[in-house]
Structure formats: C-alpha cells, structure tokens
Design a protein around this ligand. Structure first.
Ligand code: XMP
Length: 481
C-alpha cells in the first residue's frame, strides 16, 4: 500500500447543508457581506472579469442591485479606466464641492462654466462665498444679453440642505418645492455639495445599491503582475474601489511581489488570487492582499484541470482557504462553478464572503457578449478568458503566455441561453440564498459561515436532488438541467 495519503476534494455537488432549527423566514435573512477592506456589498455577488461578462453596463446593473462588477482586462488600460469612470459617474448622491458662480459674474461667464462642468444648474455665492441664490438653464432661456449679471437673473429664495442630507430629507424638499437642484451648505453657509433631482430619483429607485462613501456605485477592475503599473494610476484617477489580480494561479513569486509593490506604491485595495490551498492563501495575505479569490478550474468554460491535470474541487478549496484567511480577518471570494443559487449558499457556508459569477450572468441583456440566434432561439456568446479568441484579444498573460506565442488554450468558446434583464434574474438568485439561510436558521452571512453543518452525498443523492422521473413542461426561472 502506498505511503502517501490522498486528500479528498469535494465540489458543490458532493455536499448539502443539513437544515437546522429555524425561527425565521427567507425575508428575514440579511445578505450584506464584507467584500474587501471596509467595503461591503448588499448582495454577496460579483460579476467575473471576463470580456463576455463585465463592462460598465453589467457593473452598473449589478451594483444598482447591491453586488459589484469587475471590469475585464481585455480592454486597453485607458479604455478600462473609462469603463470604471462610467460606473462611478452613473449614480451621484451628493456632488462634492460643486462649481459655484459669483453673483457679480456675467451670463457669458456662467455659460462657459456650465459647459465646462456639464451642469444645468449652479449655486450662486456672494463675495464672502456664502450661498445667496441658484441659477439654472431655465433662468437663461429668454436671456439674450450675455453681459447681464447673474444676480439679476438668479432665484434668490434658494432652497438648501444644511449638513448631511438623507434621502428622506432631500426627497421632501424636491417634492415640496418642485426644484431640480438642491445645494448643501455647512454652518458658515458655504456650499459643500449639490444634489440633483435626477440622481435622487435613481437613488430612490435602487435603495439596495452598493455604493462607496460618496454614494457612487462600487466597481472593481482586473489587473495583472505584468500590467499593474500601466493600469492602476489610470484606474485610481477614476476612483476605482479595488483591483483584482487576474491570474489563473496567484501562488507565484511574481504575483506576491506585485501585490507587495502595489500596496507600497499605490495603497489601493487589492484582491489576490486565485488560490486553492491554505498555504497559497497565507502567502498572498502575507504579501499584503486585502482579500483572496479562490478557484482553479471550477469555471463552466475552464479546461485548466483537463489540460494541466491540476486544480481542486471548489467546495474543498473554499473551505480550506477561508479557514486560513479567517485567521487574518481577510475575506475570500469563491470564483467559478456556480450553477444554481444553492451553490452560492454552499460557497458562503464554506466560508466565502462573496461569489464571482461568469456563466449565469453571460446570458443577461446587460452582458457584453454578442447575441446569437441558433435554431430559432436566442443565445449569448460566452467564452473563457483562456480560450483561443479571448487570448487573441489580449488575455494570454493570465495563462502565462507570451505575446506572439502559439496559444495553448485553457478555456473554450460557447454560448448560453439569453436570460433577459439582470434585476429579476438576480432576485431569483438572492432569494434562493435567503431560502438556504432560512433552512439553516442563519440570519446573517456570518451566521451561515459559522453553521458548518454539511453532509457528503453520493451520486444517487445528487440524482435525487435534481428534478427526476418527470418531464418539465414549464421551466422555472431559477432551474433548468
Ligand atoms: P463560471 O463557472 O461562472 O466561472 O463560468 C467563471 C470564472 O472562470 C474563470 N475563467 C477561466 N478559467 N479558463 C479557466 O481555467 C478560462 O478560459 C477561464 N475564463 C474564466 C474565472 O476565474 C471566472 O471568474
């Protein structure tokens, strides 16, 4: 008999959570979770840094519902930074330190200022810089003389907020006074912010949005040990919230050195990865990673395990890595292999703070992949970043390929069924997660992480779990085989 002990590796399909005593309904579950540093998501879900999954459109749609997108790296550095900017600009709560105009300036000055700031309304200040009015494009509509002073045209009885406005306080003023802009002032009557009706309306429509401290949507961006010096300065200029090391395996000398350098030079939050063992997770944390992403080969389009013979079933990988990361209070993210909402529950229960999803999002309307009509049905293109065509578009270094090298892919190109809008689809996923939490009596993600009641199942158990001995006549929105 061999002297080596071969460890057992389990995937999501190999286990179930054992239901426990519960005093709650799914609606009582709180799915808010810490993602990285002091950034929290209202929904513990990220969209993958893949060129058929996440550009600004997907990142905006997901962050509006409480998750976060990671802008892929097949964009050139400048383009990637522009995508980040689109997300950060989408939702303004309070515009900080907005442009103000002196009451003695002329209409000509104001027009220039409005154009430069892309603004339709500007607070007016007196010579002590105190708020004394507001002027909007409506006030200029019938003004033909550009030399007129602002104080002749402005609205003098200006409505404002003092201190930090809440949605309720701002809403009350917008509704009562039928105004478009609401300046925010400090105790000295100096303008410190500006609220617009349009932004407030967006905020009202998306109360669960995942935002930064200034109320802008959260967004991450993929970087690599080879390109971080070109990308990070551009990304930081556009207020990216964190970078993720986008490499097939992060347990490398180069990756750890890059994280060390990034933390020293830029101080930005950085997610290391990918890892599948406790030792690799520890190495990245010691290098300075603020979170670690887990998974080698679980992705639906991945062929890494088949081509290289290497990898780790994802449930075991998350369990081992999360245990190690918890010693340092560092979050881990389970990346790849999510087929149903139940897999998200299993990943979180294994210790993940969030999951990263490619496949399930690639068919959504907001995903950047092309629509394909095949045999009368609509699909969307979904390809691995290690597939031939994605490598051709730039992602080869994720798989240690040098430019011009004959590609040896670690992923495939395919299609997934068109799924419509993100919002209702995400609702299905998140409610599935809440159902799982309720079956286990776990009110929070931290409760679920501590629960740890798993049962290993057999092939017969999995068969029994899925729909069996029946033909589906009406497909459910959250299940298809
Ligand atoms: P899902 O299962 O959601 O997984 O489709 C998405 C994750 O898969 C990883 N990824 C790849 N892995 N070859 C790989 O081995 C590839 O071509 C490839 N492309 C993406 C990535 O971590 C993603 O988040």
């Amino acid at each position: 008999m061999s002297s080596i002990e071969i460890k057992e590796g389990l995937s999501f399909d190999d286990i179930l959570l054992v239901p426990g005593y519960t005093d709650m309904a799914p609606g009582d579950a709180c799915v808010k979770s810490r993602l990285i540093g002091d950034i929290y998501l209202n929904v513990p879900i990220m969209s993958a840094a893949m060129d058929t999954v996440t550009d600004a459109k997907m990142a905006i749609a997901l962050a509006l519902e409480g998750g976060v997108g990671v802008i892929h790296r097949n964009f050139k550095p400048q383009q990637q930074a522009e995508e980040v900017e689109k997300v950060k600009r989408y939702l303004n709560w309070v515009i900080k330190d907005p442009a103000v105009v002196d009451q003695n300036a002329t209409v000509a000055d104001l027009k220039k200022m409005m154009k430069a700031n892309n603004a339709t309304g500007i607070p007016v200040v007196n010579r002590n810089k105190r708020l004394c009015g507001i002027i909007t494009s409506r006030d200029l509509r019938f003004c033909t003389d550009d030399s007129i002073l602002i104080k002749e045209l402005m609205t003098k009885r200006v409505i404002y907020e003092k201190g930090i406005p809440t949605v309720e306080s701002a809403e009350a003023k917008f509704d009562k006074y039928k105004i478009e802009k609401l300046p925010v002032i400090d105790d000295n009557h100096h303008v410190i912010g500006l609220l617009t009706y349009r932004d407030m309306d967006k905020k009202r429509l998306h109360p669960n949005a995942a935002t930064d401290k200034s109320g802008r949507l959260l967004v991450g961006a993929a970087i690599s040990p080879k390109d971080y010096d070109q990308r990070i300065p551009l990304l930081m200029k556009n207020n990216v919230d964190f970078g993720i090391m986008d490499t097939a395996t992060g347990d490398t000398k180069e990756s750890a050195a890059a994280i060390r350098d990034i933390k020293k030079k830029y101080g930005i939050l950085v997610m290391g990865g990918n890892t599948v063992t406790a030792a690799a997770t520890r190495r990245l944390i010691e290098a300075g990673a603020d979170a670690v992403k887990i998974g080698v080969g679980p992705g639906s389009i991945c062929t890494t395990r088949i081509i290289s013979g290497c990898g780790m079933p994802q449930f075991s990988a998350v369990l081992d890595c999360a245990e190690e990361a918890a010693k340092y209070n560092i979050p881990v993210i389970a990346d790849g292999g999510i087929k149903y909402s139940g897999d998200i529950v299993k990943a979180l229960a294994a210790g993940a703070n969030a999951v990263m999803i490619g496949n399930l999002f690639a068919g959504l309307k907001e995903a950047p992949g092309r629509e394909i009509i095949y045999e009368g049905r609509i699909f969307k293109e979904y390809r691995g970043m290690g597939s031939l065509s994605a490598i051709g578009a730039g992602s080869g270094d994720r798989y240690c390929m040098k430019p011009g090298e004959d590609p040896v892919p670690e992923g495939i190109e395919g299609r997934v069924a068109f799924k419509g809008d993100l919002k209702p689809y995400l609702h299905q996923l998140v409610t599935g997660v809440k159902k799982g939490m309720a079956y286990c009596g776990c009110h929070t993600i931290d409760d679920l992480k501590e629960y740890r009641q798993f049962v290993k199942i057999t092939g017969a158990g999995l068969k029994e779990s899925h729909v069996h001995d029946v033909s589906i006549t009406h497909e459910a929105p959250n299940y298809s085989k």
